[in-house]
Design a protein around this ligand. Structure first.
Ligand SMILES: Nc1ncnc2c1ncn2[C@@H]1O[C@H](COP(=O)(O)OP(=O)(O)OP(=O)(O)O)[C@@H](O)[C@H]1O
Length: 242
């Protein structure tokens, strides 16, 4: 069932068009990978969905409602969360306080309890043992868990993750992919992840969207997309083996 749709979305930065006529559907409960070369428009696409940017044209529809002009906090209140490549945390606070801050913000923008318990968040992110530690002292994988935990604490139906695996080593990638999988499996939350590591995307994603020069190229299963000669050669190049 469709949860979010983009209909002919364009994003214009002055004379430069970063997204052109982007149309596709995101299915409820899926893990959708988004890939394409540097500068293709992946982060821009994510931001027009989460409210970091307001599309210049076209429509973003969430659960049947046109949210194109809604601000980020309004979209968060509807159940749309985002995580960033470089963890954005409240560094002077502890891990536990960061999660609580997410929960308080979620409550505030929703006007009600978020529906995801702190117990579930701690179980999924495995942060129980880290709660009293200042966030600033946490290693990168833990900071990524905290950011995901704080996003979960806002009570989302869908989480947009910008390069969640960036900076992690092979072992950490396996571990974090497992956390992301569990979030989808245990809570049924839709995941949209922009990622350059296409091998990891092939492992975790139900479908992969390829964009280039701000335009839709292909959306299909990872097997179909990542074995497509055109996609491999022109859009992914050497990164295919990353
Ligand atoms: N605020 C902005 N003002 C002007 N141009 C912008 C702005 N944000 C992005 N762009 C341009 O839009 C294009 C798409 O950028 P975007 O960051 O979305 O690409 P990306 O696919 O996420 O790239 P990367 O993989 O390198 O992170 C780039 O050419 C970028 O320079």
């Amino acid at each position: 069932m469709t949860q979010m749709s983009l209909e002919n979305v364009t994003m214009q930065f002055g004379p430069f068009r970063a997204l052109t006529d982007m149309s596709f559907h995101i299915e409820r409960g899926e893990i959708l990978g988004v890939a394409g070369p540097n500068g293709a428009g992946k982060s821009t696409l994510m931001n027009v969905c989460t409210g970091g940017l307001r599309a210049s044209g076209g429509q973003v529809i969430f659960n049947g409602q046109d949210i194109t002009r809604f601000k980020r906090h309004h979209r968060c209140g509807l159940g749309i969360a985002q995580t960033f490549q470089i963890p954005t945390l409240l560094s002077s606070l502890t891990v536990g306080e960061n999660l609580l801050a997410g929960q308080i913000f979620g409550r505030e923008v929703r006007g009600e309890e978020t529906g995801i318990s702190m117990e579930d968040i701690l179980f999924l992110t495995q942060l129980e043992d880290h709660l009293p530690i200042p966030a600033a002292q946490a290693d990168l994988l833990t900071r990524k868990r905290i950011m995901l935990g704080a996003a979960l604490a806002t009570g989302p139906e869908i989480i947009f993750m910008d390069e969640p695996l960036g900076g992690l080593n092979a072992e950490e990638i396996v571990e974090f992919l497992q956390v992301i999988r569990h979030v989808r499996e245990e809570l049924g939350i839709t995941i949209v992840m922009v990622e350059h590591k296409t091998r990891a995307l092939a492992e975790i994603a139900d479908r992969v969207l390829i964009i280039n020069f701000g335009e839709f190229v292909m959306l299909d299963t990872p097997q179909v997309v990542l074995n497509d000669d055109h996609v491999v050669e022109i859009y992914l190049g050497k990164r295919h083996d990353a």
